[in-house]
Design a protein around this ligand. Structure first.
Ligand code: CP
Ligand code: NVA
Length: 305
């Protein structure tokens, strides 16, 4: 594994290896066992969108691994004034040991990887959010002691989260049921990938059908970053239907867990009641961003550790 650009690029073995390492790093962190695997290294963090979890967990994770992270806003970098990404990639490769980037176009992330000579980590694009899904899989495995054979259900917009969750869950042996409205389906590349899983993948417009007997329920905002201007239009499509609420919970297996990548909009994609009833799972999930991303950084920046 040279980069983490999207989960489609990873084998099941690579994903499981990252989850195992994430568990180990979590254990070590909780027991005060130092793991300075990235001593003296630097990670550049380029952000073109807002972030709480990604920024803080990468910066903290890098520190815990003995290295340092640099926050680089695209507004301040010369990229913001038109310096080509090809040149930026080659320059930053001379200073840094890795780059984490959050931006709009997946191509920008792929270009950085193509022109630079250091590992690139996708910290969210419009297409996918692989770091979040590694943390999600780690959390599901913690609660359910396995991934293989579980039923995973996602309700909402067929966005970056739906794309990465579908790929990650299928690769880890889960069956996946998505409930997305017409016109808001996941990316074609993901649907094409999912096709090969036959009846382990289902896409419907009906949340109750998708939630039937699910072990894990997941949702995300109706309008993602960059789509704020479409919110009213989207609200008309999603409101009252694409929400995790008591009715959806009763369709799922008893003891089903509920996850959300956060930030959450209560009473839109999830009711406050369901959110609070599953707050432990959701905030364990947020915590696991730290551990999962530390695993990614170690594998990419210090292979062999
Ligand atoms: N879930 C997630 O990526 O959160 P941030 O946008 O706060 O980084
Ligand atoms: N779909 C959301 C995820 C945020 C972590 C967005 O892209 O804004």
């Amino acid at each position: 594994m040279k980069h983490l650009l999207k989960l489609l690029d990873l084998s099941t073995e690579e994903i499981v290896d990252l989850l195992n390492l994430a568990d180990q790093l979590k254990y070590e962190q909780k027991h005060g066992i130092e793991h300075h695997h990235l001593k003296g290294m630097t990670l550049g963090m380029i952000f073109q969108k807002s972030s709480t979890r990604t920024r803080v967990s990468f910066e903290t994770g890098m520190y815990q691994l003995g290295g340092q992270a640099l926050f680089l806003s695209l507004r301040d970098l010369q990229i913001g004034r038109g310096e080509p990404v090809q040149d930026t990639a080659r320059v930053l490769s001379r200073y840094l040991n890795g780059i984490m980037i959050r931006t709009f176009a997946q191509k920008e992330v792929e270009d950085l990887a193509e022109y630079g000579s250091i590992p690139i980590i996708n910290g969210l694009t419009d297409f996918c959010h692989p770091c979040q899904v590694l943390a999600d899989l780690q959390t599901i495995r913690e609660y359910k002691n396995k991934l293989d054979g579980l039923k995973f259900c996602y309700i909402g917009d067929g966005n970056n989260m739906a794309n990465s969750l579908t790929v990650g869950a299928l690769k880890c042996g889960m069956s996946v049921s998505l409930a997305c409205p017409e016109g808001y389906h996941p990316d074609n590349q993901v649907l094409e990938f999912a096709k090969s899983y036959d009846d382990k993948f289902q896409l419907t417009a009906d949340p109750k059908t998708a939630a039937a007997d699910a072990d894990v329920l997941y949702t995300d905002v109706w309008a993602s970053m960059g789509q704020e201007g479409e919110f009213e239009k989207r609200k008309k499509v999603f409101e009252g239907i694409y929400q995790i609420n008591d009715e959806i919970m009763s369709a799922a297996k008893s003891g089903a867990m509920v996850l959300h990548c956060l930030p959450a909009h209560r009473e839109e994609e999830i009711t406050a009641k369901v959110f609070e009833a599953h707050a432990n799972e959701i905030f364990d999930e947020a915590e696991n961003r730290l551990h999962a991303q530390k695993a990614v950084m170690v594998r990419l920046m210090a292979p062999g550790k």
